[in-house]
Design a protein. Structure first.
Length: 141
């Protein structure tokens, strides 16, 4: 198990959390759990309802959409982040390519942190808006 400081360093790399202060990240880290996942294990199944997100602490994860590989992610990447906001269907399947260490953020605990620090909701909305604009600009290119 890593320390909260290590978790904070990983959370800081996640674009969704870029506007968050160290104190904000400490609260999120405290509300998270670290899990070890073996190579070949499926973390997310496309089409299933999501209730948590995962930050990769170590290892590599392959992401496939409709059976086609769309990405290989490593330390500092986040999977399933939309599940922190709703219970929508997973848009992809994610499988550990190597043994992985993941930080699990459940929707319930994440929203409890946001409710405890309302300013986080504003930062989160701004971060999501920036990501939507970025994706929109990519689609126009």
């Amino acid at each position: 198990m890593a320390s909260n400081r290590v978790y904070i360093d990983h959370l800081r790399r996640v674009s969704l959390f870029e506007p968050f202060t160290r104190k904000d990240l400490e609260k999120i880290a405290q509300a998270s759990d670290e899990v070890a996942v073996l190579a070949g294990s499926v973390i997310l199944h496309q089409g299933t309802e999501g209730h948590e997100a995962y930050v990769i602490l170590s290892g590599r994860v392959v992401v496939k959409r409709n059976g086609r590989k769309v990405a290989t992610l490593g330390a500092g990447a986040i999977l399933g982040e939309l599940s922190l906001l709703d219970h929508g269907e997973r848009s992809a399947t994610a499988t550990c390519e190597t043994d992985c260490s993941l930080l699990v953020l459940t929707q319930r605990t994440f929203l409890a942190v946001v409710n405890d620090v309302p300013l986080l909701a504003h930062k989160l909305l701004a971060s999501l808006a920036a990501r939507i604009r970025e994706l929109d600009n990519l689609s126009l290119s």
